[in-house]
Design a protein around this ligand. Sequence first.
Ligand SMILES: Cc1ncc(COP(=O)(O)O)c(C=O)c1O
Length: 372
Amino acid sequence: MTITSFIPPHRTLMGPGPSDIYPQVLQALSRPTVGHLDPLFIGMMDELKQLLQYAFQTQNAFTIAVSAPGSAGMEACFVNLVEAGDKVLVCRNGVFGERMRENVERCGGVAIVVDNEWGTAVDPDLVEQVLQNDPDIKIVAFVHAETSTGALSDAKTLAEIARKHDCLTIVDAVTSLGGVPLLVDEWQLDAVYSGSQKCLSCTPGLSPLTFSQKAIDKIQQRKTKVQSWFLDQSLVLGYWSGEGKRSYHHTAPVNSLYALHEALVLLQNEGLKNAWQRHRNAHEELKAGLEKLDIKFVVEENSRLPQLNAVYIPEGVEDAEVRNELLQRYNLEIGAGLGALAGKAWRIGLMGYGARSENVALCLKALETTLK
Ligand SMILES: Cc1ncc(COP(=O)(O)O)c(C=O)c1O
């Protein structure tokens, strides 16, 4: 048997992520690998930290990229902040809220779940009621941009309510970072994680993460060791902030970090506000085209994510057949529905580099022709 090199085709990625990658990011990935304790690399990591602080709009000293995908960022928040017996309010309005619940339980915590219908935003009044009735709750966890349904929740209001009840917040910003406003300091969010492969248009496999001072204090007051050695952020901190004398924790994914650095330089050059506006413009163009095809959105207009458009599959249309035709004929990937929306909805991503008129036009044309 002789296996030859894997050479994938050029797809246009308009699903829930990974998104299309900026060509400059792919180039950055192929630059020469240096040692991960090389002074030049450490200098790049310092810049990366500043660029992440800009993306998150935070001054948090603890702002890093976990060397693993968004799920590891999620897990890093829970394993560090939740100790056995801690009560955590988990808002569940899609797949990723359910994963948060699972994380709480695996940490030995007690998850108090507030359910909201799939496709709707988290209802702040429900969160307020539960917190009023249970003063033992210590943390409120929610997904800012629920990729499984396309719903955006009001992170600012949810964090205000959490603070009023003396709770920390764990916020999933995997799909929101770079695509819609996310103001970590202004909204006083405590533990926020994201992913490299969505609106940052970087390669998958890294998870930007930031902790407020309050989150760090809680970690430092832990009575028990964090059960995961790899994700124990008090150990990782020594690697990211050793001020010139960094200690080895794990081998950093050197080239992936070049790629993230490049993606964040592009974001900085464009400007966050312009990036948010570009996502909104692309969404408006897509919406106008889908309306002409009589395709309806799952989420109400006021909580719709511009970067993740969940739409109902028209009646009588075979889900997999259409997605397969788009892939084979147009090299175009759109996402299937997840969980409760499986077989009922498509998820059309307009993330990062993919949030462009060119992509919208391709998707609309391909859908129109295929549906005919
Ligand atoms: C909202 C949300 N949270 C967490 C994740 C997990 O990220 P990853 O697949 O990078 O592990 C995803 C991935 O799609 C996501 O959309």
